[in-house]
Design a protein around this ligand. Structure first.
Ligand SMILES: *Cc1c(COP(=O)(O)O)cnc(C)c1O
Length: 225
């Protein structure tokens, strides 16, 4: 039995991911762990880096900006994914900070990201977020618009459009949502499919996730204070 340290929790998640890959008959290199560090301090991120974790997810541009540029100086392999709903007026800062923006979900944001990329001469990899449950309060492009929106993003961003992402409704079995997203990625020849969180990442891997976003199971509960 290992003690309950951040490093042992990451080890446990990785072991469960491998087990799920094995059950799914998928090579384990095809599924990456995004450690979601929102509301946790830079010191916790550093501890995870020391445990060999190098991909992190943050919801808010401001918080990412406070934590990550300093960490990058010491950890050049660090990769930051922005996974939260993104305001248009934060697009420039998001393009500066992120390696991947997982939450592209509306034409206004597409325009803002294009302008930011022109200005900075750099564009992160982009994923389209799909609101697979068509929940009114949730960000993401509605299911019925997903095909058209992905095609438009491809025209605009070419190979920088790499994947799709979803957050299924909390009160439903996520399996059908994950299957829908995986099919969408496949149909549009996008390599990445970001789905699955602490409670359901194994199900997501069974359905074809290439990235799972795990927060609580690694860093513990988030105090929002
Ligand atoms: C917070 C968050 C996660 C991580 O959720 P946990 O249940 O803590 O693993 C994953 N994806 C997104 C988009 C999030 O906002």
């Amino acid at each position: 039995m290992s003690d309950d340290t951040l490093s042992s929790r990451i080890g446990l998640i990785r072991a469960r991911m491998e087990q799920a890959c094995m059950l799914a008959g998928r090579p384990s290199e095809r599924v990456k762990l995004v450690a979601v560090s929102k509301f946790h301090p830079a010191a916790a991120v550093e501890e995870a880096l020391k445990a060999g974790q190098n991909i992190f997810g943050e919801n808010r541009v401001q918080e990412a900006k406070e934590k990550f540029p300093a960490l990058r100086e010491h950890w050049p392999d660090l990769r930051l994914h922005l996974i939260g709903s993104l305001q248009t007026n934060k697009a420039l800062e998001a393009c500066r900070l992120a390696d991947v923006i997982e939450s592209v979900d509306r034409p206004g944001l597409v325009d803002a990201l294009s302008r930011a990329a022109d200005r900075l001469g750099r564009l992160p990899d982009l994923f389209v977020q799909v609101n697979t449950g068509d929940e009114p309060q949730k960000s993401g492009v509605p299911r019925y618009e997903a095909d058209d929106f992905i095609i438009r993003c491809k025209e605009r961003f070419g190979g920088s459009l790499k994947g799709v992402m979803c957050i299924p409704p909390e009160d439903q079995d996520p399996t059908a949502h994950f299957a829908f997203l995986a099919r969408l990625a496949h149909e549009h020849e996008l390599i990445d499919c970001s789905m699955g969180m602490s409670a359901d990442f194994e199900t997501a891997i069974m359905q074809g996730a290439t990235l799972v976003r795990v927060g609580t199971a690694i860093f513990g509960n988030r105090s929002k204070a």
